[in-house]
Design a protein around this ligand. Structure first.
Ligand code: ZN
Ligand code: ZN
Length: 414
C-alpha cells in the first residue's frame, strides 16, 4: 500500500466523514496511478528470448505415408455397409499407408477394446498400419484418440463429463494422442485445446464447411499453441456388397469415403508409433484425396540454397531473412495454374502462382527475432480425379491441399 493511502485510512476513524473518505481515496488513487503509471507493470508472460530449441529432425530420413484419421465401421451404430475388412481392403487399393478406424465409443459404452479392436480384420500388415483409435463421443463434443498400442479407452470414456483438469490428467496417464474433431460444426470440441495435440481442420470431402475450423486453428496457433492441423473423412457408409442391402445413406459412399481428405505424415520409419509422432510433431499436410498432390513446405534459414526445416518444425529466429519453398508432389494437371496462399500469424501474407509442370513457389520474409511467428500455406487449383469416390472432387471445390505451419520461437515448454 502506498504512503498516501496509508495516511488516509489511518485518519479515517478520527475526524473525516465517511463520504469524504471515498473522495479522498479516489483522488489518492488517481495520484498514485499517475505517479506509478502503467510503465512499471511487467507482464511475466511477455515473450522473451528463448533458450536453445531442440535440433530439427532430418528432412530426408523418413517416409511419407498417407492415410485417413477419421473412419467409422459397422461397429458404429450409425454406419452402414462398412465392415472393418471392407475399409482395410479399400484403403490398400488406393495406396494408403495407415488408417485410424474411429468408431463412436458411446455406442459400446466405452468398450472399444471388445468391439472395433477385437474385430479379427483389424490388424496392421506390410502395406497398411492400423492405429488403435476411437471417437470419444461426449455431451461436450467429439475428439479422436490415437495410439500405436492398445490402451484403456474405457477410462477416457468414463471421465468424459468431468472437469477438463481431471480429463486432462487421465488422458496424460493413458499416453494417447488426442485430437479435436469437427471443431466448428455439430458436436464441436467443447474442451480446452490444451488437452489436444491436433485439430481436424478438414472434415469430410466438403471443403467449404471448414472455414471456421481454420479460424479456430489460427487462433490457437496465434496464442502460442503448437497444434497440428489434420484431416478426416468421417465417412460412415460403404458401397453394399452383393449380399448386403443398401441403406438410406449408401449414396454418401460415392461422395465421401476413405481419403476425402487424405492426411500425409512424414514418419521417421514405417511404424504406427512413428505415424503418431509425426502427427504430434506437425510434419503433416492434408490433400483433397489420395491421388491429389501432396503439399510440402520448407524453409532455408541461412539462404545457402539448402532447406533446413519443414512444416511442423520450430526454430529460433535470427532476425535475418528466411527463404520459404512450397512444393506440390504428385499428379497435377499439366499446364494448370495453382494458387498458393500464405498465412502469417493468422493473417493473409501473400498469394503466389505456380504451374503444374514444375510446381514450386518461393518467398522470403524475416520472422521477428523476439516473439512467435508462424507461416502456413494452402494450395488451390484443379482437382485430381478420384474415380473410386467420383462425387468428392466437386465437394472439395478448388482446395487441393494445405500444410502445417513452420514455426519460429514457439516455446516447447508452453
Ligand atoms: Zn464426430
Ligand atoms: Zn465421426
Amino acid at each position: 500500500m502506498n504512503e498516501i493511502l496509508k495516511f488516509v485510512i489511518g485518519k479515517r476513524d478520527r475526524k473525516i466523514p465517511r463520504a469524504n473518505i471515498f473522495l479522498i481515496v479516489a483522488i489518492a488513487t488517481c495520484i498514485s496511478n499517475s505517479v506509478i503509471g502503467q510503465t512499471t507493470h511487467v507482464n511475466p508472460w511477455a515473450p522473451t528470448e528463448l533458450g536453445p530449441l531442440p535440433p530439427i529432425a532430418s528432412l530426408t530420413s523418413g517416409v511419407w505415408l498417407k492415410g485417413d484419421l477419421h473412419l467409422h465401421s459397422n461397429h458404429s451404430k450409425d454406419a452402414s455397409n462398412n465392415s472393418v475388412s471392407k475399409i482395410i481392403a479399400f484403403s490398400k487399393s488406393v495406396g494408403m499407408g495407415y488408417i485410424g478406424i474411429t468408431d463412436h465409443d458411446n455406442h459400446v459404452m466405452g468398450d472399444v477394446a471388445h468391439n472395433t479392436w477385437a474385430d479379427p480384420a483389424l490388424k496392421s500388415d506390410d502395406s497398411l498400419l492400423v492405429l488403435y483409435s476411437a471417437e470419444w463421443t461426449t455431451t461436450r463434443g467429439h475428439g479422436n484418440a490415437f495410439s500405436a498400442r492398445p490402451y484403456d479407452h474405457q477410462r477416457l470414456y468414463d471421465v468424459r463429463d468431468q472437469r477438463d483438469v481431471v480429463v486432462g490428467a487421465v488422458k496424460k496417464e493413458l499416453g494417447i494422442h488426442l485430437s479435436a474433431n469437427h471443431p466448428s460444426g455439430k458436436d464441436h470440441f467443447g474442451y480446452s485445446y490444451d488437452m489436444v495435440e491436433s485439430i481436424e481442420v478438414w472434415n469430410s470431402a466438403i471443403w467449404p464447411k471448414n472455414a471456421n475450423a481454420i479460424m479456430i486453428w489460427d487462433d490457437m496457433l496465434s496464442s502460442g499453441r503448437k497444434l497440428t492441423g489434420r484431416g478426416g473423412s468421417d465417412s460412415h457408409h460403404g458401397t453394399p456388397d452383393a449380399n448386403e442391402k443398401p441403406s438410406k445413406n449408401t449414396y454418401q459412399a460415392k461422395a465421401n469415403y476413405v481419403g476425402t481428405p487424405t492426411t500425409w505424415v512424414f514418419a521417421k520409419e514405417r511404424t504406427a508409433q512413428a505415424v503418431i509422432d509425426a502427427l504430434t510433431n506437425g510434419r503433416v499436410s492434408v490433400s483433397a484425396n489420395p491421388y491429389a498432390p501432396r503439399v510440402e513446405f520448407y524453409a532455408d534459414l541461412d539462404l545457402d540454397g539448402k532447406m533446413d526445416m519443414m512444416m511442423g518444425d520450430n526454430a529460433k529466429a535470427t532476425g535475418k531473412p528466411v527463404k520459404f519453398r512450397v512444393k506440390l508432389v504428385g499428379t497435377m494437371a499439366a499446364g494448370a495454374t495453382y494458387t498458393v496462399k500464405v498465412v502469417k500469424n493468422g493473417d493473409d501474407f501473400g498469394t503466389f502462382q505456380a504451374t503444374g509442370n514444375l510446381f514450386e513457389a518461393e518467398f522470403t520474409d524475416t520472422p521477428a527475432a523476439i516473439g512467435r511467428t508462424y507461416y502456413r500455406v494452402t494450395v488451390q487449383g484443379p482437382q485430381t480425379a478420384y474415380p473410386e469416390v467420383p462425387q468428392s472432387m466437386a465437394l472439395s471445390g478448388d482446395m487441393i491441399g494445405l500444410s502445417n505451419p513452420i514455426y519460429f520461437n514457439f516455446d516447447p515448454n508452453f
